[in-house]
Design a protein. Structure first.
Length: 223
């Protein structure tokens, strides 16, 4: 099994990469416009040394406001956006669901945790991918709040990934069962494989044959 990178470390790594890219753009724009570091420093009320230190990537505590001011000095507009990517801190129920699911699958299935979407610059990721007779992207939801929104998110990830199937792990709570019963007909075509059938296929090492919403009871780990 692949080791799971925590959200804190993942955020630090991605933040460092984004900052490095932004500072490289700043440097290229500054040189291209023949603007000195001294001019930038005077414009934003900083010292020459501070601008030099920041541009070289050594200012790890650089604020978004300071960076935006620097960019404005060289004709660039800084834009910061957030995208859902599925790798947030998980509650205990979600972690337990993933652990139970992983424990029930057998070779030839192999589990890789936190698998990013293979599109440059895309920050989304599957909670995990099963690799075996096919590739299955897996996401866990302890509580269904908006099944249609969840379906759209999963279908977009499926479209943009190299996986063959998608599985949503769902806790078998009363509220989740009610949500599935009331709303599932609207998304049923996207998840044609029944929960029990999908579990049986995965336990046998077989391709379930399609996408599935799996109600994963605590007994799912037993074989």
């Amino acid at each position: 099994m692949a080791s799971r990178e925590g959200p804190g470390e993942r955020g630090r790594r991605r933040g460092r990469r984004s900052l490095d890219d932004a500072l490289q753009e700043f440097h290229e724009a500054r040189i291209g416009h023949s603007i000195s570091q001294q001019q930038v420093a005077r414009s934003i009320g900083r010292s020459d040394a501070w601008v030099s230190w920041t541009e070289s990537g050594q200012n790890a505590g650089l604020s978004v406001i300071d960076l935006s001011q620097m960019m404005a000095c060289v004709g660039l507009d800084l834009s910061v956006r957030c995208y859902p990517e599925g790798g947030a801190l998980r509650d205990r129920a979600q972690l337990e669901m993933v652990q139970r699911f992983v424990s029930m699958v057998v070779p030839p299935w192999r589990w890789n945790a936190e698998v990013p979407i293979p599109v440059r610059g895309d920050l989304r990721a599957w909670d995990g991918v099963l690799r075996g007779v096919c590739l299955i992207g897996v996401d866990a939801e302890s509580r269904i709040r908006d099944l249609q929104a969840l379906d759209r998110r999963i279908m977009l990830k499926l479209r943009d990934s190299d996986v063959d199937r998608a599985v949503i792990l769902v806790a078998p709570t009363r509220s989740n069962r009610t949500a599935l019963r009331l709303i599932a007909p609207n998304v049923a075509d996207n998840y044609p494989i029944a929960s029990r059938r999908a579990i049986e296929a995965l336990r046998a090492g077989d391709d379930p044959g399609g996408n599935s919403i799996i109600l994963l009871p605590s007994s799912a780990a037993r074989r």
